[in-house]
Write a protein that binds this ligand. Structure first.
Ligand SMILES: CC(=O)N[C@H]1[C@@H](OP(=O)(O)O)O[C@H](CO)[C@@H](O)[C@@H]1O
Ligand SMILES: [Mg+2]
Length: 489
């Protein structure tokens, strides 16, 4: 997948899907790094030969391989796609298949579907999403069917691939009206003053949104449509938004799934039921209030280091694993054994019973959410279906818990690898003494929490702080940033 996601339009990059449709296995990352940094074509060839040998990959033309290619709307994507085609086709037995302009999750979905031997076109992707959405909507309790503007959603497409694709999908949906802005056709620039990353980090109204949208349900996609956040424009006079981030999306999903499981298991003796393990996965960036809320629901919450590959891997350990980064990237994973049991249970339950409806809803969720990677479209449709099922407004959802004020800063240092973390990045074990110094600052603030970690994508140390007041979070973040400078400057 040729994309640089939420980064500026002049950037570009690649995301690689495994044959399962999931992210590239972590063991292959050093190879990908080495390829990207090869000095010339001879060393590139050498790297490939050595790697194929090490991994016992036979390149003799007998073993056929297809590599699906997609790209986002970046102008540089076109020539990079050509280069990728030439590279792939130069290997005996392998063939590049150009799938066209796609969102990242669409390409992952296609790889997964193709290798499962099921229909894998873009039409099939839209068909699966819209039919499972329809299924969830037909089960909206009668008293919850809403009218008027409540079924309208305004989406910021980040001026990227997601806007146009959502316009195709929305024509296949009933019971939901979507208005797409920043679809990239109106002259706006990709990710500039728009998109999920901007909205989540800056917490201000994106371009093309304003006083006419006060109180509306709004959402933002990122540049390759694998991230999703919601927001509300609270007043006509201010640029600030009320952010409904990945943590709140996760909380909504967890609440709904727990509720459906509760209905499904009602009256069933524990010994007769498949004990589905439900797990919630977050990172240290998850707002402390969200973690408290989820634990308060009685859910098992685990933290992993930053980066969706870690969250995905952890979530896959559960029968139902829900993971989200605060920035809006996440999904729900279902185990095959649970789905198998659920199908069977669904067939046994009395037609039209509440329990059977819960089974149908859970099965529909498993088809709606992208099992390969986080997908803004399936996330968006699931949020919409749940809000309608619960008869909730975005305000009600947003008030599920109150976010603790937080602040993120970044500090440029000589060598970011000097910071080594443990316990899902919540503790800095190196340089020696820095964690004690951070702790001494943090205890000064009610509900204070702070951590530092080296960024995996930028040459900086990131600082996160939260506290009971915004002023507290700001000063705590600044003091910790100073400590970073002192210890590493
Ligand atoms: C604090 C933050 O937002 N970190 C982002 C950012 O990683 P860093 O390692 O923090 O640079 O980019 C990652 C890839 O998009 C994303 O998964 C992650 O959540
Ligand atoms: Mg992205």
């Amino acid at each position: 997948m040729i994309t640089a996601s939420h980064n500026k339009i002049s950037d570009n990059g690649v995301k690689i899907a495994d044959p399962s449709g999931g992210m590239l296995t972590q063991a292959w990352e050093p190879f990908a790094d080495a390829l990207a940094n090869a000095a010339d074509s001879d060393s590139l060839l050498q790297l490939i030969i050595e790697f194929a040998k090490k991994e016992s990959i036979v390149i003799d033309g007998n073993c056929r391989a297809e590599v699906l290619l997609g790209r986002d709307t970046r102008p540089s994507g076109e020539s990079l796609l050509e280069a990728a085609k030439q590279g792939i086709n130069s290997i005996v037995g392998s063939a590049a298949v150009d799938m066209g302009i796609l969102t990242t999750p669409q390409l992952h979905w296609m790889v997964r579907a193709r290798n499962k031997g099921v229909k894998a076109s873009e039409r099939d992707y839209f068909e699966q999403l819209s039919s499972s959405f329809r299924c969830l909507m037909t089960l909206v309790p009668g008293e919850c069917k809403v009218k008027g503007t409540d079924n309208k959603l305004v989406v910021d497409g980040a001026n990227g691939v997601g806007g146009g694709k959502l316009e195709c999908l929305m024509n296949m949906l009933d019971g939901l009206v979507i208005e797409v802005r920043n679809d990239g056709k109106g002259g706006g620039i990709l990710n500039e003053g728009v998109g999920a990353d901007y909205v989540q980090k800056e917490k201000v109204v994106p371009q093309e949104f304003g006083s006419n949208d006060v109180g509306m349900r709004c959402a933002s996609l990122d540049g390759d449509a694998d991230r999703l956040v919601y927001f509300i424009v609270p007043s006509a006079s201010s640029d600030n938004i009320v952010l409904v981030d990945g943590d709140k999306i996760l909380s909504l999903f967890a609440l709904f799934i727990k509720e459906q499981l509760g209905i499904l298991y009602k009256g069933v003796h524990e010994n007769n039921a498949y004990q589905a393990r439900l797990g919630v996965v977050q990172t240290a960036y998850a707002n402390g209030a969200s973690t408290d809320y989820l634990k308060g629901l009685g859910l098992e919450v685990v933290l992993t280091p930053t980066g969706v590959k870690f969250l995905h891997e952890k979530a896959a350990e559960y029968d139902i694993g829900i993971y989200f980064e605060a920035n809006g990237h996440g999904t729900i994973l279902f185990s095959d054994s649970f789905l198998c049991w659920l199908e069977k249970r669904h067939n046994e339950l009395p037609e039209g019973s509440e329990q059977q409806k819960a089974a149908v809803r859970l099965l529909a969720v498993s088809k709606l959410v992208n099992q390969a990677v986080g997908d803004a479209f399936s996330g968006l449709l699931l949020v919409e279906a749940i809000l309608q099922n619960l008869n909730w407004s975005i305000n009600h959802w947003s008030e599920l818990y109150r976010d603790l004020p937080s602040r993120q800063l970044k500090v440029k240092v000589m060598d970011r690898t000097a910071v080594v973390t443990a316990n899902a990045e919540t503790v800095a074990v190196k340089p020696p003494g820095i964690q004690e110094a951070i702790n001494a600052e943090t205890v000064k603030y009610p509900r204070g929490r702070s951590f530092i970690r080296p960024s995996g994508t930028e040459d900086v140390i990131r600082v996160y702080a939260e506290a009971s007041s915004q002023e507290g979070a700001d000063t705590l973040a600044q003091s910790v940033a100073k400590l970073v400078e002192q210890f590493l400057g």
